[in-house]
Design a protein around this ligand. Structure first.
Ligand SMILES: Cc1cc2nc3c(=O)[nH]c(=O)nc-3n(C[C@H](O)[C@H](O)[C@H](O)COP(=O)(O)O)c2cc1C
Length: 343
């Protein structure tokens, strides 16, 4: 890994936090970890307001992706992931907290109030995930073709269940091939849409240095004009190589474990829970030396989402489809300055 290219947001040093700092200062420090959460296209669609020992988490819908995410489902998921990082950091600082999700029904942008509760119960189960916040990275490369140990899979399932979500793991070759075909179909449909390509190109842009995915821009100069499914697979999944005929096989082979996060309902509270489950799963994987990336394409298309649901025999609604495995260390992506997301 090239240390020079690592964005500075990822170098957070806990020793800079005075243990006698006020709850407000500790909340503000915890936000350095919250913003390291993943978000679709690295939009970082969140805003935090700190007031004494209280914090309000708001959705920043100016950063929405209206083509790929017309109902802000993935936007809320991303905010849920940021909240989970905040919970882990507060727990690591030894602070108990109380969370009120969606406290202001009249304002749908207010996603949660978080209040530090001095005498409350501190969630020690989250503390072992703290170091993984800075280790986690989305890795779009092919993974080592080795089975995921059952004990590791069990921990991923438990992580999702702890956040109120259902987790389905798919590791059989036939199951992965089946899902790879659905992903390829969704990729193809999305990349035929010029609005989708334009939206993606806007975030995969070499000129961005605080958000988006500038590192993916190399070799994507003509992205706006492209409608080639293989190229979409490079961006959305990983560099498959070998042409379209090999695409689905390579995707299945390079993803030893596929994991779907599903919820009982399909509304903002469910998306918020799915985001927290996602981050708990990702940090659990990172703590075990594993990495992940996303194969959400079928979930972003209503007909394909139904087919995915049927293929996985789900009662609930699929919210995220990720691949988990052992991969090369990828560089971190940039983050916006804290001053831009905290007030
Ligand atoms: C809800 C959600 C959906 C995402 N969808 C995709 C995707 O379809 N393809 C992809 O390559 N990455 C996807 N990502 C990963 C983001 O691109 C990634 O989190 C972001 O670029 C920041 O990089 P990092 O995760 O390495 O910090 C998604 C992330 C989230 C939270």
């Amino acid at each position: 890994m090239n240390a020079i290219s690592q964005p500075t947001a990822w170098f957070v040093d806990l020793r800079q936090l005075d243990e006698h700092a006020s709850p407000e200062d500790k909340l503000r420090f915890a936000l350095r970890y919250a913003v390291l959460a993943p978000s679709n296209h690295n939009t970082q669609p969140w805003h935090f307001i700190v007031d004494g020992d209280c914090l309000t988490l708001c959705a920043d819908r100016m950063r929405a992706l209206p083509v790929v995410d017309p109902f802000d489902r993935e936007l809320i998921i991303s905010c849920g992931a940021a909240l989970f990082n905040l919970r882990v950091a507060l727990s690591r600082f030894g602070l108990a907290y109380a969370i009120t999700p969606f406290p202001a029904p009249a304002d749908v942008d207010v996603l949660a109030h978080v209040r530090v509760v001095p005498e409350g119960h501190c969630d020690n189960s989250l503390v072992p995930l703290f170091d993984a916040i800075q280790q986690r990275v989305t890795t779009r490369e092919s993974f080592v073709n080795e089975p995921a140990p059952p004990e590791f899979q069990r921990r991923l399932v438990e992580a999702g269940v702890a956040e109120g979500c259902d987790i389905v793991c798919v590791e059989s070759a036939a199951g992965r091939e089946n899902l790879a075909a659905l992903i390829g179909e969704a990729d193809h449909t999305q990349f035929k849409d010029p609005r989708f390509r334009r939206e993606l190109a806007n975030w995969v842009h070499p000129g961005r240095d605080q958000d988006g995915m500038p590192a993916l821009s190399a070799g994507m100069r003509t992205l706006l004009d492209l409608a080639v499914p293989l190229v979409s697979s490079v961006i959305r999944t990983f560099d498959l190589g070998g042409g379209m005929a090999a695409t689905h096989h390579a995707l299945a082979a390079g993803s030893p474990l596929l994991l779907c996060i599903a919820t009982g309902t399909d509304d903002a509270p469910a998306w918020f829970a799915a985001g927290q489950a996602l981050q708990r799963v990702l940090l659990t994987a990172a703590a075990a030396g594993m990495t992940a990336s996303y194969l959400n394409q079928p979930i972003e298309s209503p007909p394909l989402r139904e087919r995915l649901r049927a293929a996985l025999n789900l009662d609930g609604m699929p919210q995220l489809l990720i691949r988990v495995g052992r991969g090369a260390q990828a560089p971190h992506s940039p983050r916006r300055p804290l001053a831009d997301v905290v007030s």
